[in-house]
Design a protein around this ligand. Sequence first.
Ligand SMILES: *[C@@H]1O[C@H](CO)[C@@H](O)[C@H](O)[C@H]1NC(C)=O
Ligand SMILES: *[C@@H]1O[C@H](CO)[C@@H](O)[C@H](O)[C@H]1NC(C)=O
Ligand SMILES: *[C@@H]1O[C@H](CO)[C@@H](O)[C@H](O)[C@H]1NC(C)=O
Ligand SMILES: *[C@@H]1O[C@H](CO)[C@@H](O)[C@H](O)[C@H]1NC(C)=O
Ligand SMILES: *[C@@H]1O[C@H](CO)[C@@H](O)[C@H](O)[C@H]1NC(C)=O
Length: 335
Amino acid sequence: MQKQKLCCLCPSLVLFLFSSALLSSGAELCNPTEKEALLEIKHSLGNPHIMRSWTPNTDCCKSWYKVVCDSQTNRVIWLKVQFSHLVGQISPAIGHLTSLQIVSFYKLPNLYGTIPQSITNLKNLQFLELSYTNLSGPIPLCLTQMHSLTDLFLTGNQFSGSIPPSLVQLANLENLSLDRNKLTGSIPETFGSFKNPILDLQLSRNQLSGTIPKSLANGNFSTLDLSRNKIAGDAAFLFGNGNLYGIYLNGNSLSFDFSNVKKFYEFLMHIDISRNKIYGRIPTSLTKLKYLNYLNVSYNSLCGPIPTGGLLQSFNETSYFHNKCLCGAPLPPCK
Ligand SMILES: *[C@@H]1O[C@H](CO)[C@@H](O)[C@H](O)[C@H]1NC(C)=O
Ligand SMILES: *[C@@H]1O[C@H](CO)[C@@H](O)[C@H](O)[C@H]1NC(C)=O
Ligand SMILES: *[C@@H]1O[C@H](CO)[C@@H](O)[C@H](O)[C@H]1NC(C)=O
Ligand SMILES: *[C@@H]1O[C@H](CO)[C@@H](O)[C@H](O)[C@H]1NC(C)=O
Ligand SMILES: *[C@@H]1O[C@H](CO)[C@@H](O)[C@H](O)[C@H]1NC(C)=O
């Protein structure tokens, strides 16, 4: 028994000795230029405790926290800095990590400054997340040169200024989240011409104003979240959008006749138009939606009977209350 156990240990012991011999012989995988850039990034973030494994005499491809290298090229492909109260900025040195595919700076409330321009050197970057930090300044125009991007999350920062119309050039985007910032101006007209087969567009909780461009009727949005802005005018043309599963327009100043909605996309699941100035009747065609599992038309100026049939009576009165003169189940009967 004892003997067998020892034998089992032998191969791994040999492997261990072999690999430590390799290490001590200096077979470092980390690219020296990239190591230097990473150490500059660490310095610029105030040498935080979470990065204590990032030291000059260790291999960035082997033991550095949240750094991943490609197994063939040994270049850094992932960089994640998350959940810390570190105080600092993103160093422009990030532009030297040209093989990066995934970058995430997430939940860092004391990360300040702007997005360094050098980030556009990252031609292989597919996923860029700079969310829930204190980054500020405009959304850099140069982001539109990053053609590999599939996911761009800039949620929950202090970004200001208007939305660059040229973001439409990012032809591989599947998610564009600019929500919870201080963006002003209107939704770019270009946003109706994304070439992408499908796009989840999140613009909620900014200070966007103006009207919704008519061009958005042709967009391929899976989710369109424009909620909690200062958007006015018509939105009746949006609901027929192919691929649209969720539409959130709540908390704006939209003002149009709801019965002007000619077509609802048949697979729509979520509709929130609450807290606007929408008037007219609830269109009967809403009863045809078989997959609707969230509806909220409350706090508007709607009138007339709630159409019966379909799923409209499966929602409670809080989906309909605070309108001008809506009536019928689940609200009190019409007079
Ligand atoms: C965030 O940045 C703003 C300026 O853009 C500054 O006034 C504020 O104190 C910063 N907050 C934190 C938590 O660093
Ligand atoms: C990104 O977009 C895709 C396609 O629209 C969607 O399925 C996915 O849930 C999105 N990812 C996130 C993190 O929102
Ligand atoms: C929307 O996506 C579909 C595929 O899902 C595609 O056939 C169509 O051309 C796209 N529309 C636009 C305007 O890009
Ligand atoms: C109404 O429905 C919502 C969503 O299902 C639920 O969260 C809420 O508690 C309900 N309110 C009442 C008063 O029944
Ligand atoms: C609908 O929206 C209103 C206003 O924000 C809210 O009070 C109500 O609870 C919501 N109802 C549901 C079912 O979510």
